[in-house]
Design a protein around this ligand. Sequence first.
Ligand code: MG
Length: 381
Amino acid sequence: MKKILVLGSTGSIGINTLEIARTFPEQLEIIGLSVNNNIDLLQKQISEFHPSAVAVRDKRSASELKNRIGNSCEILFGDEGLLELTRRNNYDILLSALVGFAGLAPTIEAIKLKKRIALANKETLVTAGEIIIDLCKKYAAELIPVDSEHSAIFQSLIGEDKSNIKKIILTASGGPFLNKNKSELENVTIKDALNHPNWKMGNKITIDSATMMNKGLEVIEAFWLFNLPKEKIEVLVHPQSVIHSMVEFCDGSIKAQLSLPDMKLPILYAISFPERYYFDTINTDFKKINQLTFFEPDFDKFECLKIAYKVIEEGGTAPCILNAANEIAVEKFLSGKIKFTQIPEIINDALNTIAIKYNADLQTIIECDSITREYLIKKLN
Ligand code: MG
């Protein structure tokens, strides 16, 4: 029996994870859940999965939940409650599906307990990649990617010597604006940007897909996970999202992992690895897939992707600044305060203004995140 702690259980990844737990009741047990404030869904999840404790970030929602369910399940609250939940040594796998920078601190707690980290929160590696990778080595914690592209690469590398990698090819759907030209992006609406062609995901990552910042964050994530120079990490637009990513080896051979797009597969693999469980939900029928197409990404139209490659080169806290600025810019876009095309402008502004620190420890990264947010919130209000 594998015991799982799910952080972010009411988001799209969290819901899919619980769907998997529901499918494998003999193998998987849900030990704990955490949410931001969606206590209606959390309440249903508690009555179905009976976790020993849950954490609710929003304090008022936590007390409302307590009024509803009494002492039938322990309820922790706030950032401290979330950390306390992860510090309990009662689980095997931390499924981290929190949104944004909030995913970093609890992941570190789980690493220190030598747990398997099934990582869906890419911002953890983007902001603190070096620290996280070092900590995983130090504590012998397993880090298994849930992001579909990185799962594909991870799977393609099984049994391979990493020194034989010529390059990795991260595929990208291209998002909803693949066929718009640069000037048309000026006037796209929130609704247009939230209309992703292949994946149904949370709002933050859907906007990141529309700007292609999601792919930019994934390039940085791959840089840390697979320890490759940025020249060996290529992005290829593949609108059908059937090839989830590829690895080209030194002899010219290429391995890929394919399926119809469904996040349940990479989640399941991160949980079952090194085993595979029998799972009959996703049936990829090539006879029904007419064609697979590929394009070079347009770095001029999708400036966020270009910025992501640039911050890898800059190193230090540059990716942390990029991430914080992107989170603020996406929030402002979703609340109707800025235009879609201002997102990369805001990120560039932050990168040009906030001082980059090198050899940063965790405290420096946390400070850099706050400084960037404060600067932009003040400026954009
Ligand atoms: Mg992805």
